[in-house]
Write a protein that binds this ligand. Structure first.
Ligand code: SF4
Ligand code: SF4
Length: 490
């Protein structure tokens, strides 16, 4: 058996109480795994076993990289597949354009996201963290492999870190940070491109950088933050900064999937060299390969802990050890608290059924609104300063603003007409109204009607809006006019 790559410090007994007392904490018991007993940072260099779960995570990570880097490069309807256009306050999502006025859609989307997080957390525990969270995915499958490529296996990384500065160490560290900086800049550029598009961003930086100072500042800041996070802060993001781990404690229950050590099978832990015929020993040979493989340094044998981010790297590591010992795999495995106590895991229970029901309603509403969305948004609002004007002809005129948003990826020409009541006339400042894809246009309009039609100073008028792309919609609007007195005189 290969010796473990990481050894924790032995527990330090508390010093004798008294005036000279130096209070020491046993790191195994009370400290974060990334802290030494004196409070200094302990960098974790996990020794990964490329087992079955690691291979699944790697495949998923590569798919997520592809998705993140390619979406701003795929053109659909004149924009990137996903683009958040802050200047025009529009979101382009695979050819569909969302406007700030799509408030119901946004509410359904936001509710869907929040409840999905609760459902996933309650059902699958921290699998989100281990398999899909960008922090884990980019650290374990992009930044750490670059480190391993340049500095060697974890043991060599630790040795290099402990060695005094030399030309060789400087060259390796400079190469690693330079490569990381390139990757970080590419990630930051991609992130900014989700807002600006790659084409305008590159063209703007090349031809008129002075007009792109906001984007340049964001690029530099993001690159620095990514370098700080993946180069130095690392596991502390999960164990100290991220609120999801704390939230997980609230949304998980006895049936939530978790990674756990089977202490009934593994204990008592006895090292291979101490196993003699008469000794009672469990399957755990206390090799600490599970601890050495953990990206947060967690000893999963101590039970469920908030530092465990569900990477399953300890499962892969322990499976290799068990196979080497000729024992069945699964001493560390996916299970639940109920299964650990000898019960049977319930997949469906009240908690996650409620989450599922709410998220089905939220996503169903979102999909329904999206599918029934028209090709355009048309709105008529009151215009001008006076509620109405009496014309010399005796007719009553109301000024209006007609706002049209083209929700199609093609140009549309809109025509407005008044449908009822009889005798009503409509004059539009610009007709037909040409609206470019995803554009918003407002035009002035005046509706004129005979005075005798008003009841209590109001008259409901019906309009029809059509476009050369087949759009058709009827709208109602209440005109204001004179109160009609008995006998028909205004
Ligand atoms: S749980 Fe498995 S990997 Fe961890 S110390 Fe025991 S035998 Fe080794
Ligand atoms: S304890 Fe195991 S599952 Fe949890 S973070 Fe460490 S390696 Fe991953």
């Amino acid at each position: 058996m290969e010796p473990p790559a990481v050894q924790r410090e032995p527990a330090v007994p508390a010093a004798t109480p008294g005036p000279e007392r130096v209070f020491q904490i046993a790191p195994e018991e009370d400290l974060l795994y990334s802290l030494s007993a004196d409070g200094t940072r302990k960098f974790i260099h996990p020794t990964v076993r490329q087992g079955r779960y690691w291979k699944i995570r790697r495949a998923l990570a590569y798919a997520l990289f592809l998705l993140f880097f390619s979406l701003p490069l795929i053109p659909i309807g004149g924009h990137a597949a996903v683009q958040i256009d802050l200047a025009t306050r529009r979101v382009h999502l695979f050819g569909t354009i969302f406007h700030p006025t799509d408030n119901l859609l946004l509410v359904a989307f936001g509710l869907g996201i929040v409840v999905t997080v609760f459902f996933v957390g309650s059902t699958f525990g921290r699998m989100w963290c281990g398999y899909t969270c960008p922090q884990t995915v980019y650290l374990e499958f992009l930044f750490r492999p670059i480190e391993t490529l340049l500095e060697g296996a974890p043991a060599r990384q630790r040795k290099l870190n402990a060695a005094p500065w030399s030309g060789r160490k400087l060259a390796i560290k400079a190469a690693k940070w330079s490569l990381w900086a390139v990757v970080a800049a590419l990630m930051a550029g991609t992130f900014v491109a989700y807002f600006t598009g790659w084409g305008p961003l590159l063209a703007g930086l090349a031809t008129d950088p002075g007009a792109w100072t906001g984007a340049i500042f964001t690029l530099c800041l993001l690159t620095a933050l990514i370098l700080f996070d993946f180069g130095w802060f690392r596991d502390q993001m999960c164990t100290i900064a991220c609120p999801y781990g704390r939230l997980q404690n609230v949304i998980a229950d006895q049936d939530t999937i978790l990674v756990a050590y089977d202490e009934r099978r593994g204990d008592p832990k006895v090292k291979v060299k101490d196993r003699v015929p008469d000794i009672v020993a469990g399957d755990c040979i206390d090799c600490r390969c599970c601890v050495a493989s953990c990206p947060t340094g967690t000893d999963i044998r101590r039970g469920l802990q908030p530092e465990c981010i569900g990477t399953a790297q300890c499962i892969d590591a322990c499976d290799v050890v068990m196979l080497g010992q000729g024992k069945p795999i699964g001493l560390i495995k996916y299970t639940s608290e109920r299964e650990q106590k000898g019960g049977r895991r319930r997949v469906w229970r009240t908690r996650n059924l409620i989450y599922l029901a709410i998220l089905t309603v939220a996503w169903g509403t979102f999909a329904g609104l999206l599918l029934t969305r028209g090709e355009a948004l048309v709105e008529i609002v009151r215009g001008g300063r006076e509620p109405y004007r009496m014309l010399p002809t005796g007719e009553v005129a109301n000024q209006q603003r007609v706002r049209i948003t083209n929700q199609l990826p093609e140009t549309q020409r809109f025509t407005l007409e008044v449908v009822s009541p009889e005798g009503a006339r409509l004059v539009v400042s610009d007709s037909p109204v040409t609206v470019e894809p995803a554009e918003h246009v407002a035009v002035n309009a005046v509706t004129t009607v005979p005075p005798g039609l008003f009841v209590d100073g109001q008259l409901e008028v019906r309009y029809r809006v059509t476009s050369d792309r087949g759009f058709e919609k009827e709208l109602e609007f209440v005109l204001l006019g004179p109160f009609t007195l008995p006998g028909g005189a205004p």
